[in-house]
Design a protein around this ligand. Structure first.
Ligand code: GDP
Length: 400
């Protein structure tokens, strides 16, 4: 009889331990014990291998090997290279050459600016009216007054020097001059590399709707495409949807997302994301932030705190401001608030595929004094490209 009871006991233990293992495999979000109070969770694209000890056999009735209520927080680690069965990781293309591949997305700008310019330049002998038309075309594309005068003046001088300049020659000169106003010598490298044993940390700021969260997801793909390991921080805790969105972006390419409770402290999420990146020896941590333009003082306080707190773990190596190209000058005015709140080191200009005003790149750089480092050219996951002045000028002007 005793043996039967012991056998039943062992069976029950095995059954319960089996159920415990199954439920932990299906769980996609691990709540770290220390952070449970703060509501910070670590989302893994794949669950870690179960670490529970097998239930001790021969346990007493009071301790029949029930899985513990709280599982020890696992060591933070980056996802293993092998994907979870059934979860196919995507392999994004590297960043090099993306702008050239995506140049057709500038079709709207190209048709109004490029074709407009080439039509004028193809004329036999350029009259005063033609030069004025050229100027108006550039202004209409948001190139800005100063840069427009610079381009037209140089082109006029050059065409006079080359008395017999053909349309094709003028096209080349136009590309040269456009490239010149796009600042070909500006440093556009992204601060994404590890530095003194710690990951590069990117803070991404901008108003809601500019394409910030989408851009953070795309940046993760650019970095993964370039062979880097990445951790994402969903510090926009005001919108649960933003954190969900980011998590999905991360999962697709096997990147961890650290997120917080809705309405929780954004700074603690940023802190936790950087800590996770350090422990997992990631190359780069990318932090999404909230973009509500409630009050200027509130925004400054919040962003300032996120930056300060994250920097307790590692220096912020890049602060990217996301700007919607379709909002034109209005967007630039809003952007100033952010440049006053944090030290912005680069601009991401999104939705360039949706505007005829591709010249906005020139005015944004001139007005903010900050280089455009990345451009968004569509809603697709890999429609983000490093900005290259000459390739961009060539795409705007077109083939002629
Ligand atoms: P957030 O509020 O700033 O985080 O903005 P979201 O990332 O949610 O993006 C707002 C909308 O802009 C989404 O529908 C995106 O798909 C869209 N979007 C972002 N970048 C681009 C882009 O480069 N081109 C186009 N056409 N749409 C974009």
């Amino acid at each position: 009889m005793e043996y039967v009871l012991i056998a039943i006991g062992i069976l029950v233990v095995l059954l319960i331990a089996g159920i415990g293992l199954l439920t932990s495999r299906g769980r996609r979000t691990t709540r770290l014990d220390d952070d449970a109070a703060a509501g910070t969770t670590l989302t893994r694209p794949r669950p870690p291998a179960p670490t529970e000890e097998p239930a001790p056999t021969g346990a007493t009735a009071s301790g029949l090997g029930l899985p513990p209520e709280t599982v020890e927080a696992p060591e933070v680690e980056l996802p293993p290279v092998e994907p979870e069965p059934g979860l196919l990781l995507e392999t994004p293309p590297p960043s090099a050459g993306r702008l050239v591949r995506l140049r057709s997305r500038l079709a709207r700008s190209q048709s109004s600016l490029g074709r407009g310019l080439l039509t004028v330049l193809a004329r036999e002998k350029l009259t005063e009216d033609d030069w004025e038309e050229l100027e108006e075309t550039l202004l209409a594309a948001d190139v800005g007054v100063a840069a427009t005068s610079q381009i037209v003046e140089r082109l006029r001088t050059q065409s006079m020097v080359l008395a017999t300049a053909s349309g094709a020659e003028l096209r080349e000169l136009l590309i040269d001059n456009l490239t010149a106003v796009l600042g070909p010598d500006l440093d556009r490298t992204l601060g994404t590399d590890r530095h003194e044993g710690r990951p590069g940390v990117l803070l991404v700021v901008g108003v809601n709707g500019a394409g910030k969260t989408t851009t953070v997801g795309k940046i993760a793909r650019v970095l993964v495409g370039d062979g880097k390991s990445v951790v994402l921080g969903a510090a926009d805790t005001f919108r649960a949807a933003a954190a969900d969105q980011l998590e999905t972006w991360g999962e697709r390419v096997g990147v961890l997302t650290v997120r917080g409770r809705e309405g929780g402290d954004p700074a603690s999420v940023a802190f936790e994301a950087v800590r996770t990146g350090i422990e997992g020896e990631a190359d780069t941590v990318v932090i999404d932030t909230a973009g509500r333009l409630h009050t200027k003082a509130g925004l400054m306080d919040e962003l300032g705190k996120v930056k300060r707190v994250a920097e307790k773990q590692a220096p912020i190596t890049e602060v990217l401001l996301v700007l919607d190209a379709t909002t034109g000058q209005n967007g630039v005015v809003q952007a100033r608030v952010f440049t006053e709140a944090v030290d912005v080191t680069g601009v991401v200009l999104t939705k360039l595929d949706g505007t005829a005003k591709g010249g906005i790149v020139v005015s944004v750089q001139r007005e903010l004094g900050i280089p455009v480092k990345l451009v968004g050219l569509g809603e697709g996951p890999d429609d983000l490209a490093p900005f290259e002045p000459r390739a961009f000028a060539e795409a705007l002007v077109g083939e002629g």
